[in-house]
Ligand binder design. Structure first.
Ligand SMILES: NC(=O)c1ccc[n+]([C@@H]2O[C@H](COP(=O)([O-])OP(=O)(O)OC[C@H]3O[C@@H](n4cnc5c(N)ncnc54)[C@H](O)[C@@H]3O)[C@@H](O)[C@H]2O)c1
Ligand SMILES: [Zn+2]
Length: 360
């Protein structure tokens, strides 16, 4: 097992390893010694596989367990689900010392975190991510929230968990395409900040080991990503600077995702975005072309695409509509060599010139 400590506005541990669901109750008890009641938030796909293990483990520690199970999928990530969670807690008489647990992918952990952040002005949450994307990204770092019809993640709060429990065995039941999507975010950490992760991913590709079925390797890779995310959070919890480097591939990726009406999965779009930005950086002379080839080859070797038919004009207008832009400038994340990245501020005109290098 790997334990990563995160020291942000709250200090907490991320436990990563095989078989951890069975200890989830014990970990929740350690961080919330006074809690009497526990609301487990989960969804249909995950609950049928993993709810019983968490529930049993929590009951063994004396928690009075309540459940809120929603229909799996991004379309449930809305205020109705949150209101349902508030309702269960209010009816059961939850107090400020009680606890919420999010058991599922990023949709679940984002919503469990937001329900906890808002109920009684904030109660504790423990995150128990079950997808690769949630383990390496969504469940760590305290961004919580829901979507509006007008856009994704439009309402939310920064609310750090009290602990994160990542049982890597859960990844074995993840559908291949959902696993591949999570790999998009794993690759992102390698490119922006972690050369040794790149080496491991490269080596694995060369030897052809199926990482998903290699418990030791999976734990190591997830642990490295968590350590990378923790490092970023600790230097910029509220996303005013360095945390933006986690958006590598996302500026263009989000536009591709939105233009497809969210029919193209997030991780696929991010992979395309990373490929396109890398090509643009080569044209701009800030990334050597052999490094860009290494980036794109690795993405492809994990079954993800590096190109898209989006035009430079569409990329610019879409990016200017994205909520993450500040004022009239875009923060574009560029990798200068594998393992190191920077935030470059660009006007729409500068971004058009830059991105035309790849999409022109
Ligand atoms: N808070 C953050 O910092 C942050 C960061 C990145 C993404 N996100 C959010 O995360 C969400 C995407 O996360 P996701 O890809 O995990 O989506 P998700 O929660 O919808 O899970 C993806 C799919 O995998 C299934 N699943 C999850 N775990 C499983 C398991 N162990 N076995 C079988 N099936 C399983 C789910 O039922 C779902 O069908 C988005 O809403 C995004 O906005 C948040
Ligand atoms: Zn992402």
């Amino acid at each position: 097992m790997i334990i990563t400590s995160v020291r942000a506005s709250k200090e907490y541990a991320v436990h990563t390893g095989s078989g951890l669901l069975a200890s989830s109750g014990k970990i929740m008890r350690e961080v919330c010694p006074k809690a009497l009641k526990l609301l487990i938030v989960s969804e249909t796909n995950v609950a049928k596989r993993y709810l019983a293990a968490v529930k049993d483990s929590a009951q063994a520690e004396g928690f009075e367990v309540y459940e809120y199970i929603f229909r799996a999928g991004e379309s449930s990530k809305n205020i109705d689900s949150i209101a349902g969670m508030w309702g269960v807690m209010a009816k059961a008489g939850f107090t400020r010392t009680d606890l919420v647990a999010g058991l599922g992918g990023g949709v679940t952990t984002d919503m469990a975190g937001f329900a906890a952040a808002s109920f009684l002005r904030g109660i504790d949450v423990v995150q128990i991510p079950t997808s690769l994307l949630a383990m390496v990204d969504a469940a760590v770092g305290g961004k919580t929230g829901i979507d509006l019809p007008e856009g994704k993640n439009q309402v939310g709060a920064f609310w750090q968990p009290s602990a994160v429990i990542e049982d890597t065995d859960c990844l074995l039941t993840l559908p291949d395409e959902v696993f591949a999507e999570g790999m998009g975010e794993v690759l992102k950490y390698a490119f922006i900040m972690d050369l040794s992760l790149y080496d491991i991913l490269k080596e694995n590709e060369r030897t052809g080991i199926n990482i998903k079925n290699d418990a030791w390797l999976m734990e190591k890779i997830v642990g490295m990503c968590v350590a990378d995310k923790a490092d970023v959070i600790m230097s910029d919890e509220f996303d005013n600077g360095r945390r933006q480097t986690l958006n590598f591939g996302h500026t263009v990726g989000h536009v591709i995702e939105r233009n497809s009406d969210f029919t193209k999965p997030h991780g696929i779009c991010v992979a395309k975005g990373m490929g396109i930005i890398s090509d643009a950086a080569v044209a701009a002379g800030t990334l050597p072309s052999d490094e860009a080839s290494k980036i794109k080859d690795l993405i492809s070797s994990y079954g993800l695409p590096v190109e898209d038919e989006i035009t430079a004009e569409e990329a610019v207008s879409g990016a200017m509509n994205d909520k993450k832009k500040r004022g009239n400038t875009l923060s574009v994340i560029v990798v200068n060599k594998i393992g190191s990245s920077e935030i470059v501020k660009m006007s729409p005109e500068e971004f058009l010139t830059f991105i035309s290098g790849a999409l022109g």
